[in-house]
Design a protein around this ligand. Structure first.
Ligand SMILES: [Zn+2]
Length: 281
């Protein structure tokens, strides 16, 4: 144990400040997106089967929607710039900017040096959930993805249908490359529909049964050309465990929509970040 300083209470009483105030963050034009989403035509549909992942393309300026279809189910989402796979979703910076969970009006940001919005949430039927009495909320950017390495570390054995492996197989199939080449493309996810938080007493990452029900969806506007991959997590609703075949597991539906041709005349795809990349050299 460490020695309690005489002013411990005073130090603890210092009020926190927000690390990244978002007042100066470029804001998405939600009024424009809201009017555009009234003009949508469905152009594609993909199903992520239980304990499997599916890939999909969304052109910039289009929308995509992830829907719970048969039962309460969590999904692990990866996004890449479809024209440059080195630019991909940056969970940690999205968390730093928007907090531990995202909802309507917030964006999924890309990795350095791009650091720009990749997709903006335009509708979330679980927005009503808010933050529960345990500090839990939905659609987190704090979990990484269930993976066979952590499973092996904690439980031993070889389990091949964690989201990490599902995403790896889907990327390998999509790009027609071996899994060993595909695996490094897989990155920390947006945990779609997953209900998570940190325990107040120990600060540990927790999950609880997702409040998602068939018909619920989260919808995004593609700010750039996107390649996406979505895994239907083996944890199902993630009420108990997430790296085995014991949980009831359901498919997830991904739909891609085109807005009317003139609906986004006032919109421009965001440019890559403006930092010059010289790092003082
Ligand atoms: Zn998972």
């Amino acid at each position: 144990m460490t020695k309690l300083p005489y002013d411990a209470d005073d130090r603890r009483a210092v009020k926190p400040v927000i690390c990244y105030p978002v007042d100066s963050l470029p804001q998405p034009d939600m009024a424009l997106y809201t009017s555009a989403r009234k003009t949508l035509t469905k152009i594609d549909e993909v199903i992520a089967a239980p304990r499997m992942a599916a890939t999909f393309h969304v052109p910039a300026g289009h929308f995509f929607r992830i829907t719970s279809v048969e039962g309460s189910q969590v999904g692990d989402l990866n996004l890449w710039n479809a024209n440059d796979l080195t630019e991909r979703f940056y969970s940690g910076k999205t968390r730093a900017l928007h907090g531990t969970h995202i909802t309507t009006g917030q964006s999924m940001w890309s990795s350095f040096p791009g650091l720009r919005p990749m997709a903006t949430v335009t509708h979330d039927t679980l927005a009503w959930y808010g933050i529960d009495e345990f500090g839990g909320s939905v659609h987190d950017v704090i979990g990484t993805r269930c993976d066979p390495y952590t499973h092996n570390l904690l439980n031993g054995g070889q389990y091949h249908h964690c989201c990490h492996s599902n995403l790896t197989r889907a990327v390998a199939t999509h790009l027609d490359i071996p899994v060993i080449i595909a695996e490094p493309h897989v990155h920390d996810v947006l945990n779609v529909f997953m209900c998570t938080g940190f325990t107040r007493d120990t600060g540990q990452y927790f999950m609880k049964a997702s409040p998602v029900r068939p018909g619920d969806f989260i919808e995004f506007f593609a700010e750039i050309d996107l390649l996406g991959a979505l895994s239907a997590c083996p944890g199902g609703d993630c009420s108990s465990e997430h790296s085995s075949d014991t949980a009831a597991c359901y498919p997830l539906m991904i739909e891609v929509f085109a807005p009317a041709a003139d609906a986004l005349k006032a919109w421009q795809s965001p440019a890559r970040n403006g930092y010059d990349g010289t790092h003082g050299v």
